[in-house]
Every structure is written in C-alpha cells, then in structure tokens.
Ligand binder design. Structure first.
Ligand SMILES: *Cc1c(COP(=O)(O)O)cnc(C)c1O
Length: 419
C-alpha cells in the first residue's frame, strides 16, 4: 500500500486496503466521489442518530456559525450552552443538576472520574478506588483505558494505567455473581465510584445485560456510598430503545457521560452531568476545591447549537416511535439467525443487533476482519465487526429495505471467513 500522510484511527496501515473515500452523505447513506452509495449500518461509529445531515440540525449549525464561532468558556458564557444545559437537565434522569462540557466521549469519562475523586477529596474523606466491568470500554485516553478492559489495544501503555477493581460482566443468568463481586469490593475497601456502560457493553462485543442487574448495582453503590457513573456515550440518544438506557432501570446515576449522538452525530461535543452533591463539594471559597478541568473548545457555541437542535428534534418529532419501528425491523431480521447454525447468540437491545460468527480459531478471525469489511463494502454496506461479533447499529431513518440489504450481506459472511 502506498504510504499516506494521514494516520488513521485503529488502522494497521501495513495490512489494510486504502481507506474508502467519502464525499457526501444524506440520511443512512454515504456517497463516494463516483456517486457509489454505501449504507452506513454503524452510524459512522455510533454517532449519527437521526441520519446524516438532518435538516433541523444542519440549519442550526448554519445559523450559529454566522453569529458566534468560538469563545473561551472560563469567565464567558453564551446562550446555546445555557439553553442546552437547562434542556439536558430537563430530559436526563431526574436528580442531575449540573452540566460540564467537553468534546469527546473519552473526555466526558475523564471528567467524570475527576469529579468523583474531587468529590471525595473535597468532602474530606478521600477515596480513589474505581470499580469497572470486565469487557468495559470507556475511551482511549490513559484514564479511560485504565477503566476499560485490558488487551492488545492497550498493552503498550499498561505500565501507565491505574488499577481498578474488575467486576465480572453480568452475562445472562450470572447477574448475581456480578452483584456479589460488587458488594464484596465495596466491603473490602470503600470505592470512590463504579463506572458502567448501562445495559450493553459496546466495544466489548455488544454484550447485553438486564435492567434489573443495572438497578441492583446502583442500589449496592448507594448502600456503600460509592458514586455511580453511567457512561451513556454510546447508549444515549435512543440506541437502546429509550432516550437513555438508565431509564429502563429507573435509576439516576450520580454522574452521567454523554457524547456521540448528543449533536445527532454532526459535531463533536460531550457533556458530563452531575448531581447537586457533587457540584456542591467543589463549591467553596477555598480555590483548591475548584474543578480543575478544561478543554480549549469547552462548550463550543456551534456544537452546542447543533446539540440544542437535536434535543428539539427529540421534543418535537416522534423519535421514539421511529426507534420503535426500527427496533421491530431489526428484531425480525436478527431472529432469522436463530435457525442458522453458522452463527450463534443473535441478540438485540433497542435499535442495536449483534450476532457471533462461529469460528474454530478466533486468532484467524482477527485477520479475516479485513476480508469481512471488504466483502460488506463490495455489497454497499459499511459494517465493522468486533472480532467475530457482527453488529448493526443503524441511523433511525434506516428503512426495512435498507436493512434487508445489510442482513443479506451478513448471511454471506461465513463464506468469506471460510476462504
Ligand atoms: C465511544 C465510546 C467512548 C469514547 O468516546 P470518544 O468520543 O470516541 O472519545 C466512551 N465510552 C463508550 C461507552 C463509548 O462507546
């Protein structure tokens, strides 16, 4: 492959074909310069919710850029940030009171971890122990890699990662093991916080667990005074069938991380929402208790305007109904894999489906991943399997006919792996 100036994310340039060039996008479809169309079945890495270039959001961006592009957010404020914060608090699970902006899912989680440790220090009872799930993913910065599962992706940085208490994932029928491990960890030494991906571990392989287990984990944290951080970076904005996954367990986390679909996926923006108690711990005449965090583009006005337009779409349009219809189509498709013995564990949560390709040698599959992606693209579908897990996470405008195309190409995947 020709050497390229651009260094792509999660890309082995020595092995992978040249990246696909995209020049336009609309709805669920990407377009190449030669007008070839590719169905975006993974919402451009889980960010696009309503569809590409969704009109109300695009218009809000145009309007805002003509007024105020960017301004320092320490000592300054602006209407898009303030209105967005109020609306986020209104729509988020009840009990969250303050919004801290940043610019990616990873930073929203870093902010959450810093808020948790700041809370304990500022109330004079320092705690620094973090608990997190096996198979968890929270980002690619040092702090978020520490909370996430360890593996080939972060082996080089291992010496810099901090230790966390690893809680076993609540696989089907094994929820009690998770709860017992969490309870034991809390008793052993006080936890500063537990961080979880509610209802589904995304990058860890689209592993689903029950709302009952999620609710019970929150109760255990409450009982032991550990803060509960919900990383809804992927699950937020309707993916799991409700606006936020936490709603299905009827819980309010102490800290909630949002990014990806916050702007409908149009622009990068993240928000970390916290309860009054956590804000109050940082509210002091003692400057040392300040929450010392900032990114250059904190609360960028154009990004905030895009997010505000997204929240208005949620308010004014029947988004949940659309999601319900998409979930139904997804369900119909994924169920056909129950009778296909080349696959196992077909599953669905809200608009997300996943199925595991049966393979004798998982190591071989790692290299087959490129062949699979190439195969899907040749059929006009953008999919990016996680190991032997093929998942579909489409924008909400994706039609039943679009999905038929997606699943037809998935059905032919075993032939590719067998090559
Ligand atoms: C994608 C993701 C992140 C990281 O978000 P970035 O915007 O890529 O930094 C964090 N947590 C979860 C659950 C995610 O899916």
């Amino acid at each position: 492959m020709a050497r390229n100036t651009v260094w792509h994310p999660f890309t082995q340039h020595a092995l992978e074909p040249a990246p696909m060039r995209i020049s336009r996008a609309k709805g669920a479809w990407l377009e190449q310069p030669d007008n070839r169309r590719i169905l975006d079945a993974i919402s451009s890495w889980w960010v696009i919710t309503h569809g590409h270039r969704y009109t109300p959001i695009v218009e809000a961006v145009h309007k805002q850029i003509d007024r105020l592009d960017q301004v320092i957010f320490a000592g300054c404020t602006h209407e898009p940030a303030e209105r967005l914060a109020d609306k986020l608090i209104e729509m988020a699970p009840r009990g969250l009171a303050h919004v801290f902006y940043s610019d990616s899912g990873s930073t929203s989680v870093e902010v959450a971890l810093k808020m948790a440790l700041g809370y304990w220090r500022n109330i004079g009872a320092p705690r620094t122990r973090i608990a997190a799930f096996e198979h968890g993913y929270h980002g690619d910065t040092i702090g978020t890699m520490s909370a996430g599962a360890r593996g080939v992706f972060n082996a080089a940085y291992e010496p810099l990662l901090f230790d966390v208490v690893r809680i076993p994932f609540p696989h089907a029928g094994r929820g009690q093991e998770t709860l017992d491990a969490l309870d034991a960890a809390c008793r052993e030494e006080p936890l500063a916080a537990l961080i979880v991906e509610p209802l589904i571990a995304g990058a860890g392989g689209m592993l689903i667990y029950t709302a009952e287990t999620l609710a019970e984990m929150k109760r255990i944290c409450e009982r032991h005074g550990a803060l509960f951080i919900a990383d809804e970076v992927m699950t937020g904005w309707g993916r799991t069938g409700t606006l936020f996954a936490c709603q299905q367990a009827k819980i309010t986390p102490d800290i909630l991380c949002l990014a990806k679909g916050l702007t409908g996926g149009v622009l990068p923006l993240a928000a970390t929402l916290a309860t009054e108690r956590i804000f109050d711990a940082h509210y002091s005449e003692d400057r040392a208790r300040t929450f010392f965090h900032s990114s250059s583009f904190t609360a960028n006005p154009v990004c905030c305007a895009a997010a505000l337009a997204n929240l208005e779409v949620w308010e004014n349009e029947p988004v949940l109904k659309r999601i319900g219809a998409l979930a139904e189509h997804q369900d119909k498709q994924i169920r056909t894999f129950e009778a296909d013995d080349r696959f196992e564990n077909p599953r669905r949560l809200g608009t997300i489906t996943a199925v595991d390709l049966k393979v004798a040698d998982a190591g071989y599959l790692a290299s087959a991943g490129i062949a699979l992606r190439t195969h899907f693209l040749a059929h006009g579908v953008l999919l990016r399997p996680l190991g032997n897990t093929i998942y579909v996470m489409p924008p909400y405008c994706t039609t039943a006919a679009d999905l038929s195309l997606v699943y037809e190409t998935i059905r032919s995947a075993p032939d590719i792996v067998a090559l």
